[in-house]
Design a protein around this ligand. Structure first.
Ligand SMILES: [Mg+2]
Length: 405
């Protein structure tokens, strides 16, 4: 039986809201409390409705001269790749599993990974299985998520200082989270170097106190220790009692600096994993291949939806024998990203934890996924198991829908 045909697509900017204002980060100013989910919907002649987000494409805006990052570019891209195509002519399937991308779509799905997720969603629905099955089958029935909302909250509330981050971590713990990622790297830009280091250490120490000994605490410097490996050594030494679970992007990926970092970590007796690579937009770029080969990193972080399921499948095949874990970044991917990473993580042998931005619910209908004790349960629905709340969509967002027929 021939597969269903895609007969209509649309793109809609959906505002999504954080549970609080997010502060500064090593390289930039306050994140704020809102971002945009560029929802892409695809409908078939048999009534299936698949979803993805085009955030990576739309965030690459570089002026109106270029079509990248504009609706003028997005519409023809969606039309060319999906409109009039059959759902079963996008991905290679063998024994119920997706094993690759059809030749005609390989280049596009590699460059625009989020498109492969739409192909997975539609195919899963057509086959009547979850994308977890298509990705190789369930390896865990709950996926641990970490709260990633701890930016420089101390600068938002200077009187509280590090105590502000600790208070928010404590509230998050009460909401059921058991893993917390804290932005560090203050020496780089917003503080004098020594004062920044001291605040980084205070924040880590205060959060450990607030969340108890069993929680996982990760830190992410967004390269804030570049050029200051001396201060980074102090940071590692002084946070040893907090038993960090991973250290992310403490410095820019570089073989020499990671040799020093790895050696320092080992000499001081830290067990923190070294993870990086969220900035890799063409993964794996040569420097990350070298870092993996040299055994200098423990986790690799290309973005979940920008890289997409198909390209991540290929990355995992490469990573698995090396022992390096998959830690897809998920920041800026809205509520869709949480679901995409949940599905990916449920099927991935090498997956560590889901990056959770804790957006308030927006355009998607409630379903059977629940959160407790730091973990999400997995969806039972077909495809991604994600459906748009059509009433809410019509009422609040459809005025901005761009329809492609
Ligand atoms: Mg990061």
């Amino acid at each position: 039986m021939p597969g269903q045909k895609i007969v209509e697509l649309s793109a809609t900017p959906i505002p999504v809201h954080h549970i609080k204002e997010l502060g500064k980060v090593a390289f930039g100013d306050n994140i704020g409390n809102q971002s945009t989910e560029w929802l892409v919907q695809a409908r078939t002649d048999g009534g299936l409705e698949g979803v993805t987000i085009a955030n990576r494409f739309m965030q690459q805006f570089n002026g109106f001269e270029s079509s990248i990052g504009t609706v003028r570019g997005l519409v023809p891209l969606l039309r060319e790749v999906f409109l009039g195509r059959r759902v079963d002519e996008l991905l290679e399937v063998s024994e119920g599993r997706v094993v690759g991308v059809r030749e005609a779509h390989k280049k596009t799905f590699w460059a625009h990974g989020w498109m492969s997720i739409l192909a997975f969603d539609l195919l899963g629905q057509e086959m009547g299985v979850s994308c977890i099955e298509l990705l190789g089958g369930q390896v865990r029935d709950r996926v641990r998520a970490y709260d990633t909302t701890f930016f420089y909250q101390d600068i938002l509330n200077p009187e509280m200082g590090a105590g502000q981050v600790a208070a928010e971590a404590s509230a998050s713990r009460k909401h059921g989270y058991t893993a917390f990622k804290l932005k560090v790297g203050r020496p780089g830009r917003w503080f004098a170097p020594q004062a920044g280091l001291e605040r980084d250490v205070e924040v880590v120490t205060a959060v450990r106190e607030a969340v108890g000994p069993d929680a996982r605490i990760m830190v992410d410097a967004n390269f804030g220790y570049d050029g200051r490996l001396d201060l980074l050594e102090d940071f590692i030494r002084e946070t040893l009692p907090a038993n960090l679970y991973w250290m992310e992007e403490m410095v820019t990926a570089d073989l020499g600096d990671y040799r020093v970092l790895r050696r320092t970590r080992d000499r001081l007796g830290s067990n923190a994993l070294l993870v990086c690579g969220e900035v890799d937009t063409d993964p794996p770029s040569p420097v990350f291949v070298d870092l993996v080969k040299a055994g200098l990193i423990d986790g690799f972080q290309p973005d979940c939806t920008a890289t997409g399921f198909s390209r991540w499948q290929a990355l995992e095949e490469w990573l698995e024998p090396t022992g390096v874990r998959s830690v897809p970044r998920n920041f800026g991917n809205g509520t869709f990203g949480t679901r995409a990473e949940l599905v990916f993580g449920a099927a991935s042998q090498t997956f560590l934890m889901l990056e959770d931005e804790r957006f308030r619910p927006a355009v998607f209908a409630d379903d059977d996924v629940s959160f407790s004790d730091g973990h999400y349960s997995t969806p039972s629905g077909h495809g991604l198991g994600l459906t748009v709340d059509t009433h809410r969509f019509q009422r609040e967002y459809s005025a901005n829908e761009i329809v492609i027929r």
